[in-house]
Ligand binder design. Structure first.
Ligand SMILES: [Zn+2]
Length: 73
């Protein structure tokens, strides 16, 4: 496959922020692959919110989607 993406970014730890409260104190719950995406499921330690980060391994683009509810009280 062709290049053209950002070179050599492999083992960089990306800084992930909670989309609910903006905290960086998040933990990885699990990761899996979906088609060309690698998906990481996070949970925020600060507010308990859960979200997924999708990363397209072809283009390197990524985005986050909220999942679950932050406080189910
Ligand atoms: Zn949070």
């Amino acid at each position: 496959m062709g290049g053209g993406g950002p070179g050599g970014i492999r083992t960089h730890a990306l800084r992930v922020k909670c989309p609910y409260c903006g905290s960086e104190d998040v933990e990885v719950v699990k990761t899996w692959g979906m088609r060309s995406y690698s998906v990481t499921h996070y949970r925020c330690r600060a507010c308990g919110g859960a979200f997924n980060r999708y990363r397209d391994q072809g283009t390197g683009r990524e985005f986050m989607l909220r999942s679950g509810k932050r406080s189910s009280h």
